[in-house]
Design a binder for this molecule. Sequence first.
Ligand SMILES: NC(=O)c1ccc[n+]([C@@H]2O[C@H](COP(=O)([O-])OP(=O)(O)OC[C@H]3O[C@@H](n4cnc5c(N)ncnc54)[C@H](OP(=O)(O)O)[C@@H]3O)[C@@H](O)[C@H]2O)c1
Length: 225
Amino acid sequence: MTSVLITGAARGLGLEFTKLYAARGWKVLACARKPGGLKGVKGDVQHHPLEVTDYEAVKALAQELSGEAIDILICNAGIAGRGSPGQEFGTFDAAEGRKIFEINTVAPLMMAEAFAEHVARSQQKKLIAITSILGSLANNSGGRYFYRASKAALNMEWNCLAKDLEGKGVICVALHPGWVQTDMGGPTAPLTIDESVPAMVRTIDGFTTRHNGRYIQYDGTELSW
Ligand SMILES: NC(=O)c1ccc[n+]([C@@H]2O[C@H](COP(=O)([O-])OP(=O)(O)OC[C@H]3O[C@@H](n4cnc5c(N)ncnc54)[C@H](OP(=O)(O)O)[C@@H]3O)[C@@H](O)[C@H]2O)c1
């Protein structure tokens, strides 16, 4: 059976990924701090409680799932953090910056390392980081320093993973969902969840080894680093 592991699976983009993959009849390993939104999702959805910055818990979960082949691992959990004060010049808050980096940059890499073998032994072998176009140096319009930097660093990590895991056939892609109407994206975002997530699922379907180490947005368009 095809399986997918999703972090931050009970809210926002993660919950929609869970619903769509479950509707396909896939096994969904839905990692979330609280089951919340997962209640009522139909299909083979297994809730695994996970705070992504609890690295002992990440290792324990990898051990618990050691028999599994995971076709697609989606490192989706993330935070934007407070804007101002906190992330604008003249208001920097180091504690806020550390928290954003811990969740958006350190935790996905720890997930990738813990689950690389589960992905490598699967059919599809796809390791996806949900990044942001705000991490692009080429498209930088300034502001939101820590969030931008956390996603730029995440992009670099996935580009490095692509090199380390290429020999195992793993396809590592940094995927930008677009600006989407979630708790994070806010109500004025141009895309709805229903526009972004099905498009990401189709785009992920189309990934082959040719896409390894690339930075791509929800509709399959290549982004500039
Ligand atoms: N929405 C956008 O416009 C947009 C644009 C670009 C990139 N993104 C990226 O897309 C991803 C999902 O964002 P979203 O829009 O769905 O945001 P969201 O609605 O705010 O949801 C964030 C998700 O991350 C989880 N999470 C946060 N910190 C966590 C932690 N320490 N441990 C475990 N789970 C944690 C949350 O779980 P809880 O429910 O437990 O808090 C929630 O499921 C993020 O990586 C974000 O940076 C979003």
